[in-house]
Design a protein around this ligand. Structure first.
Ligand code: SAM
Ligand code: SF4
Length: 335
């Protein structure tokens, strides 16, 4: 990499992590993420897989070391393995340290071996409950059994798995200790996420919001939690749990602002770059990408965008307006 081309934002943070939402579509309709009746983007608005590859490559040339594919559900994008196989050349060259994805697990039985062969080493699987009926209720359309088969396939393929669960009041709060024991018993990290106020959904978020400070305090009454410096390049802060020997992560956008160490930006499947998950400001990269065959225009547009990356988000679960802090759904930027 040319050192002059690296991305440093106005607060001195080096941008080394790109998250790419490869589709806004999903085979689930998790209640905190989507409304049941969603209008998705027309296919013609999507970047092609070749265009996604080209954009990701420009970011890698500009210093991105970690690339995470997300969505919507990344594994429902048609021919997604073509993109992943192409991107894996950056792993082989050493330009990229990690190529990974966040998935709901529904398609993992089909893709686990191919992902491992492409050089993917770790994946995040989102799973909010171990109860099949509750799983169906929270995802509206999902089948727990199928996700479990996917997780087993990923384990057999040698992928390391982190389980991510959104902590939801009155839904999975009572289950958190059991889920943690289950994940740690299988050698998987377990991370809890606070609900973030993104997009109109059919429910009231103030009913769902469970501060992780409270969850942690309750867990600390039953388990010995020790803060550890372990990091995976994302916003989670980890503790080690003496009783299980596993790692427990907390992603706490609301109770503890994690922006000061933010190293990431987010690209949508239409080529829109969001400099912050919790802000509306964005830059269009599709037009400069399509304007010429060379990458100079798009590289300049990226530099301009990084130059206005905000200091942090303004998330708040607002009891008075009950409006989402950010109007787009999480499935647009992929979390
Ligand atoms: N479909 C994939 C999945 O579920 O893993 C990838 C995309 S999904 C948007 C990424 C993550 O965002 C999931 O772990 C999901 O639970 C989380 N998520 C979605 N909406 C959220 C919200 N409003 N607040 C917090 N996390 C959310
Ligand atoms: Fe789909 Fe993931 Fe959103 Fe659930 S959280 S609806 S699986 S994109």
């Amino acid at each position: 990499m040319n050192p002059d081309s690296s991305m440093i934002d106005p607060f001195g943070r080096a941008i080394t992590y790109l998250r790419v939402s490869v589709t806004d579509r999903c085979d689930f309709r998790c209640v905190y993420c989507m409304a049941e009746d969603m209008t998705f983007l027309p296919k013609r608005d999507l970047l092609t897989l070749e265009e996604l590859d080209r954009l990701c490559t420009v970011f890698v040339e500009k210093g991105v070391r970690k690339l995470r594919l997300t969505g919507g559900e990344p594994l429902v994008r048609k021919n997604i393995m073509h993109l992943i196989n192409e991107l894996s050349r950056h792993l082989k060259s050493g330009a990229l340290e990690e190529l990974t994805l966040t998935t709901n697990g529904s398609q993992l039985s089909r893709f686990a071996d191919e992902l491992a062969a492409a050089g993917v080493r770790r994946i995040n699987v989102s799973l909010d409950t171990l109860d099949p009926d509750k799983f169906r209720a929270i995802t509206r359309w999902g089948d727990l059994e199928r996700v479990m088969r996917g997780i087993e396939a990923a384990e057999r393929a040698g992928l390391r798995i982190k389980i991510n669960a959104v902590a939801l009041k009155g839904f999975n709060d009572v289950e958190i200790p059991d889920m943690m024991r289950w994940a740690h018993g299988r050698g998987m990290d377990f991370t809890l996420i606070e609900t973030m106020p993104m997009g109109e959904i059919d429910a009231d978020r103030t009913d769902q919001y469970l501060p992780l400070s409270q969850v942690r305090a309750e867990l600390a009454e039953r388990f010995t939690l020790t803060d550890i410096p372990y990091r995976t390049g994302g916003p989670a802060r980890y503790v080690e749990v003496a009783e299980t020997g596993g790692r427990l992560g907390f992603i706490t956008p609301l109770t503890h602002n994690f922006c000061e160490s933010c190293n990431r930006v987010r690209l949508t499947c239409t080529g829109t770059l969001y400099m912050c998950l919790g802000q509306e400001d964005a830059a269009d990269l599709r037009a400069p990408l399509r304007a010429s065959e060379g990458n100079a225009l798009v590289a300049a547009a990226i530099d301009e965008a990084i130059g206005r990356k905000p200091k942090g988000h303004d998330f708040v679960i607002d009891r008075t307006t009950r409006r989402p802090a950010v109007s787009r759904h999480m499935s647009v930027t992929g979390g």
